[in-house]
Write a protein that binds this ligand. Structure first.
Ligand SMILES: Cc1cc2nc3c(=O)[nH]c(=O)nc-3n(C[C@H](O)[C@H](O)[C@H](O)COP(=O)(O)OP(=O)(O)OC[C@H]3O[C@@H](n4cnc5c(N)ncnc54)[C@H](O)[C@@H]3O)c2cc1C
Length: 266
């Protein structure tokens, strides 16, 4: 991405080890991945890093499948995920446009700070549905945790290294968006069945994606799609922003959940 990088100190890591050691406990470090969020923030003077850690050459990109498990490096471009099975491939194909998808990364999507005007983090709900685990480093060293725990803790102060998940038996993706290039997704629901268990996540309803546990429970109890969809707003408080009102999101979310679960049942 062509832009002037103004920071007191700039570190361009050339390996995972170098990135981990430069990140340390994360204090005062701003990570720059694809830069589609971070660089415009710097250009407009809203972000002034003391220490900028560039990951472009840190060797954190790539998709690996082994023993039924897929591992995706944090620096893997969103465009490279478009071929992944539903729901991750679908979620990736719906991010912005081709230029952004080639530059934007999985790690940046996972750690995207909530947007003031529109939601971010379309891949987050897909990763929740897939039961993905996030490997990160920071204070206390390396740890691996469920993606919903990572997101609930604020997705900050950690350097994401990769995510991994078991290949799903089935998946579904439903979203509302504006048919316009460069547009953000208003809201998306992802569901997946892995090892017989159904998990459901939503991106764009709140500041970060959330796991819809009440929906999952209701669906597991009786397999009744309508009853499960009726519980869609129990785990999330729909938000207002420039793209849609909280009211609209509250009305639309059960519809997306119903469609996703119906897809999964076929
Ligand atoms: C026009 C436009 C349209 C967009 N449309 C969408 C959309 O439809 N859906 C959507 O989800 N997003 C959208 N975005 C937002 C953004 O492009 C994506 O969320 C993207 O995946 C961010 O990735 P990045 O690598 O560019 O992140 P960066 O800008 O490099 O970083 C984003 C944030 O994550 C942190 N970060 C990045 N990588 C790591 C890591 N490995 N470990 C820890 N922290 C990290 C950075 O410090 C920063 O705070 C859009 C952006 C633009 C400009």
């Amino acid at each position: 991405m062509a832009a002037t990088l103004e920071a007191a100190e700039v570190i361009a890591a050339s390996s995972e080890q170098e990135a981990v050691s430069a990140f340390g406990d994360g204090e005062g470090v701003t990570v720059i991945a694809g830069g589609t969020i971070a660089v415009p923030e710097m250009t407009h003077g809203r972000l002034r890093p003391g220490k900028a850690l560039l990951l472009a050459n840190a060797g954190l990109a790539g998709v690996r499948s082994e023993g039924g498990r897929t591992t995706i490096g944090a620096m893997t471009p969103v465009a490279e995920l478009e071929g992944q099975p539903t729901p991750l491939g679908d979620a990736a194909r719906h991010v912005a446009d081709v230029e952004i998808r080639r530059q934007a990364t999985l790690g940046g999507n996972l750690c995207a700070p909530p947007g003031a005007e529109s939601p971010r983090g379309d891949l987050q709900s897909a990763l929740i549905a897939l039961g993905a685990e996030v490997r990160s480093t920071g204070q206390g060293g390396e740890r691996t945790e469920p993606v919903e725990d990572f997101l609930a803790s604020g997705a900050s102060g950690r350097l994401v290294l990769d995510v991994s998940f078991a290949e799903p038996e089935a998946g579904a993706h439903e979203s509302v968006r504006r048919p316009h290039a460069h547009a953000y997704t208003v809201m998306s629901v992802c569901a997946a069945r892995t090892g017989g268990e159904v998990r459901v996540g939503v991106s764009g309803a709140g500041p970060r994606a959330a796991r819809l546990r009440a929906v999952e429970q209701a669906f597991a109890d009786g397999g009744d799609v309508e009853a499960a969809a009726a519980r869609a707003t129990e785990d999330v408080t729909p938000q207002n922003d420039a793209l849609a009102s909280a009211w609209y999101r509250g009305k639309t979310l059960p519809v997306l959940v119903r469609r996703a679960l119906t897809q999964l049942s076929h």
